[in-house]
Design a protein around this ligand. Sequence first.
Ligand SMILES: [Zn+2]
Length: 180
Amino acid sequence: MNSSLEFMLEGLEMIWAPGAEAMKVQQAWGVRSLADMPTALKRAGYEVCYVDLPDRVSGFAKVIEGQPHIVLNRAKSAEHLQFTVPHELGHHVLHLDASRDPQPGLPSEGFAEFQAHQFATLWILHLANDKEREDVLGQNPEWLMIGFISLLMTAGAIVIPLIAHLWSSLNGLLSPAAQK
Ligand SMILES: [Zn+2]
């Protein structure tokens, strides 16, 4: 029982960790709305710059000479970039911060994207301003997909260990009888 419960909790923690991290940073920085973002980023030592990038790239996160940079595609709309900023911040916090505990192996690129998206989605969902939240999420339909995948993974993390537990208790019940 304990091992399947632990397995389940570990699975849930892994799935929701990026979202929990987003809320932790937001709280530590005292960010309550999108308008708080530029000042909060600057205070935390981030440099945000706007450059020409290929159309498929909204932005990227990079540490340049020890300073975290969020580089944005200046051709994208303000609403679009309001999602890109927390996404790239997610990469910094989750994947690029060398001062954090060493991570158990860097996630694959696809999984890192998923984590940064979840970070950004929770960042936006947690804003105090309903109007801003709806505007940004309306512009960035990915969040629906991320929420859906997180829920599916949550269901998997609960259901699979539960089945394993039921299966082993069933075997435990049946096997003594079978041996008699
Ligand atoms: Zn990304």
